[in-house]
Ligand binder design. Structure first.
Ligand code: G3P
Length: 220
């Protein structure tokens, strides 16, 4: 499974990239707003992310009609070769994906919650599909089971083009563990979750023990 970072924060992206495992980035308007993003700087900001990341960078279209999403998508795709246009799973989004995919512009269909939505996205030509885990958990449903169903269903078929599943709305290291066990291609994770994936209390305890023993060696 590959790791994407779910953020718009350049410092987080640079830090995660330095760890050697960053395969891509996903952003959305909420994440951009969270870092104080301004509309007129949005495309420049995507360009800055694309320059750091050696992999796909999903940039979301907030347009609501197919023609607007297509126009937006074409503009986003011109920013850099590694831009992926993130499009919501809805009728207008499917229609826009069909056109963008036919033009060779990769699409990440987001806000995907069900197997039928995922299959429709793949049929429309989506290169990536992003089933959400945490938002199901928010409404007391089991997001991991939903993700597992999407992974199984998508892997049942050949859609005639590469389709990768991005486990999204990831809130914990356990979400990452389960996504990997069920064979999701990618997990897109917030920086704090990525850090939790690196850490373990037994690793910390082991380090403490090594350091204490090393001190003894030095003072011997
Ligand atoms: O990639 C989608 C993700 O940003 C949504 O996460 O935590 O807002 O549900 P969350």
């Amino acid at each position: 499974m590959k790791f994407f970072l779910d953020t718009a924060d350049l410092a987080e992206i640079e830090e995660a990239a330095s760890w050697g495992a960053l395969a891509g980035v996903t952003t959305n308007p909420s994440l951009y707003a969270r870092i104080g993003g301004k509309l007129d700087d949005f495309h420049d900001h995507i360009k800055r992310i694309c320059d750091i990341v050696d992999g796909p960078v999903s940039a979301e279209s907030v347009a609501m009609t197919r023609d607007e999403i297509i126009a937006d998508g074409r503009e986003l795709a011109r920013i850099a070769d590694n831009v992926v246009v993130k499009v919501p799973t809805m009728v207008e989004g499917l229609a826009a994906t069909k056109v963008l995919a036919a033009e060779g512009i990769p699409v990440n269909m987001t806000l995907c919650f069900t197997v039928p939505q995922a299959i429709l996205a793949a049929r429309a030509g989506a290169r990536y599909i992003s089933p959400f885990i945490g938002r199901f958990d928010d409404i007391s449903e089991d997001g991991l089971t939903q993700l597992e169903q999407v992974v199984t269903a998508i892997n049942n078929y050949d859609f005639g083009h590469d389709v990768e599943i991005i486990a999204a709305s990831v809130r914990s290291a356990n979400h990452v563990t389960q996504a990997a066990l069920m064979g999701a291609d990618i997990a897109t994770v917030p920086f704090n979750v990525l850090k939790k994936c690196v850490e373990h209390p037994l690793t910390d305890r082991g380090l403490d023990a090594f350091l204490k023993d090393w001190e003894k060696v030095q003072n011997a």
